[in-house]
Design a protein around this ligand. Structure first.
Ligand code: ADP
Length: 423
């Protein structure tokens, strides 16, 4: 059972829940989606999606979110955080209201925005059509303006820059938003290091968007990682003085259950040969191979194709339409090997990925978590293999091991038994 700690202060009910037990996605109590008393149309869609038991984070958060309370939630990737806010906002939405945005969801990446919108679409199947639109950079602004002129959907999912552009140009009215969600909130509101300088571009865009929202609204923020340093920033966006804070598997004690992890020390020049060897000998459904930049992504994908392994690649310098096309093609299983930069590292859910290879080791322990969680989602199994080739890689590896309390052994010479990481 989960060990829950509810802190009660003297004069007010505080709402922090820390679930210490390193549970997986499976339920810790015997709750059922029916127990939430969601709209019947939603319950039908949930059943159709094959969701039987709510995960731990869903059990903790859905009732609170349905109540209209603010939420700050951290739970590891793949535990079903998206469904928490999608179901709660669809439940609370006023279907009588036409032509106004009631729910605004911001996230950092375009692919993630599409993924979230797909969740809205499948759960709203029995509610009404066209519940959600995506507004992201890289798509012509004019196209978004035309969409909004024809009809404002009740749910808008977007990246902060594009939403701000549309709102500033008065093409998007945010004054009726009653639910505001930030997914991957530490990435959206935290700093980003570019050329050695920490910048807060996205945070300032969100602040400007936030200033256009009504004061009275529900605020929900989610991420797999919530470093303590960001938590006070998050609270500044909340309406409630004491938002419900849910930390399922706090990252300090996080265990990547279901995921086998190995490392191999390699020299840069050996990497591609060793990679081919692994792809040749290991069984997998689909694999994501992470590299450090777009050039390596492209070059390595060509190498893989030449070696007879059909692959494709995706990185941030590609045209938006192309990125989405390739991402969808991979998701639907058109090819099995995807080369990617960290663009794909966060929040993206691809059901059939059960092997992740860090061809270039990530530059932070957080990034390691986001990448390897591509395999082993929602309590499924997976295998992560990391190449270690520089002193910096070793340093980050040491951080990963201590932070997640895991020892990542050397990849054995014999191939790992597929049954150990087969979904
Ligand atoms: P997170 O946002 O926590 O990283 P996602 O919302 O992407 O996780 O969910 C991961 C996967 O698990 C998705 O494919 C989702 O459809 C599936 N999922 C979520 N909740 C459930 C559930 N209760 N039962 C079965 N599958 C679920």
């Amino acid at each position: 059972m989960a060990e829950e700690v509810d802190y009660e202060s003297e004069d007010e009910k505080t709402t922090t829940t820390t679930t210490k037990k390193t549970g997986g996605g499976s339920a810790m109590h015997s709750a059922n989606f029916k127990d939430f008393v969601l709209r019947p149309e939603l319950l039908n869609a949930i059943t159709e999606c094959g969701f039987e038991t709510p995960s731990q984070v869903q059990q903790e958060c859905i009732p609170v979110a349905m109540h209209g309370s603010d939420i700050i939630c951290q739970a590891r990737s793949g535990m079903g955080k998206t469904a928490v806010f999608v179901l709660a906002t669809l439940h609370l939405m006023d279907l009588e209201k036409e032509n106004q945005c009631q729910v605004l969801v911001l996230c950092h990446a375009r692919e993630l925005a599409y993924q979230i919108s797909k969740e809205y679409k499948r759960f709203s199947k029995y509610m009404r059509p066209d519940i959600c639109e995506v507004f992201i950079g890289g798509i012509p602004l004019k196209q978004n303006i035309e969409t909004l002129a024809a009809r404002v959907p009740p749910v808008i999912v977007g990246t902060p820059g594009r939403v701000l552009d549309l709102a500033t140009q008065k093409k998007l009215d945010l004054s009726k938003v009653s639910m505001f969600v930030i997914d991957e909130c530490d990435r959206v509101l935290g700093g980003e290091t570019r050329n050695g300088v920490e910048t807060f571009d996205m945070r300032s865009e969100v602040q400007k968007v936030f200033a256009m929202l009504p004061l009275e609204k529900q605020v929900m923020m989610y991420s797999a990682t919530l470093p303590p340093s960001i938590r006070s920033t998050l609270k500044k966006f909340c309406r409630d003085a004491n938002p419900k804070e849910v930390f399922v598997d706090d990252t300090q004690t996080l265990k990547l259950t279901g995921l086998l992890q190995y490392m191999r020390e390699v020299e840069e020049k050996e990497k591609s040969a060793i990679l081919s060897d692994i792809i040749d000998n290991y069984e997998f459904n689909q694999v994501v191979i992470f590299v450090s930049n777009f050039k390596r992504c492209q070059v390595l994908s060509n190498l893989m194709n030449e070696a007879g392994f059909p692959s494709n690649f995706i990185h941030g310098k590609m045209k938006q339409e192309e990125r989405i096309k390739r991402f969808d093609a991979f998701k639907s299983g058109e090819f099995r090997i995807l080369l990617a930069t960290d663009l794909l590292g966060r929040g993206i859910d691809i059901e059939n990925v059960n092997l992740v290879i860090n061809y270039d080791f990530p530059s932070s322990d957080d990034q390691y978590l986001h990448r390897v969680a591509r395999a082993g989602r929602f309590d499924t199994k997976g295998l992560a293999i990391s190449f270690i080739s520089t002193p910096e890689d070793k340093e980050i590896l040491a951080k990963v091991q201590s932070r997640f309390d895991v020892s990542i052994p050397v990849l054995p010479a014999e191939v790992i038994d597929y049954n150990l990481y087969k979904n």
